[in-house]
Design a protein around this ligand. Sequence first.
Ligand SMILES: [Fe+2]
Length: 202
Amino acid sequence: MTALTTWPAHDPTTVALATTNAALIGSFLGGLGFRFERWPLVAGPRSAARAEDVLAAYRDPIERVARADGFAQVDVVALRPTGAPSFAATAAVARAKFRAEHTHADDEVRFFAAGRGVFYLHTRDATRGEEVHAVLCEAGDLLFVPAGTTHWFDMGATPSFTAVRFLHDPDGWVGDFTGSDIALRFPDFDTLACGGAAAAGA
Ligand SMILES: [Fe+2]
């Protein structure tokens, strides 16, 4: 289930907010400059690996976002267990790359057509202070992370997701890593996905 967990950035053991209410998640993140949407799921291609099937199934909302925000390119990235012995190694490399705090010169916008992943948003707000927000995204969720946001992404030990990417410029999505190890101090994908928000505060 889609979930939001918020902690003070200096204290990953104290949960400031935990909710699975999509409307609350949307309004809370909206107040911090992000955008979260729930799209009605299309039954057919939810587990399909073919990019063209995913893009066709969600053509209307994809075009809406691409037009509204001026995205020049839309593609699909997918990772799911294959049963091949090499999968674990491939997955570990991919996970480590994105599970390190970074920023991008471009917006990072993802729509999950299948599977799950957690975006961690590291914010500094004049009212709320410095916080980390873990957004556990599942099929049907769109998250818009503005350019310059410090964040990381955890796909878990056994990644399984299909996500639509919106890009203004493919070169703008290169990660600029902060060098911080903050990502390793917060509950990871597997903790949040299996134990929920309550486990995150344990
Ligand atoms: Fe990123």
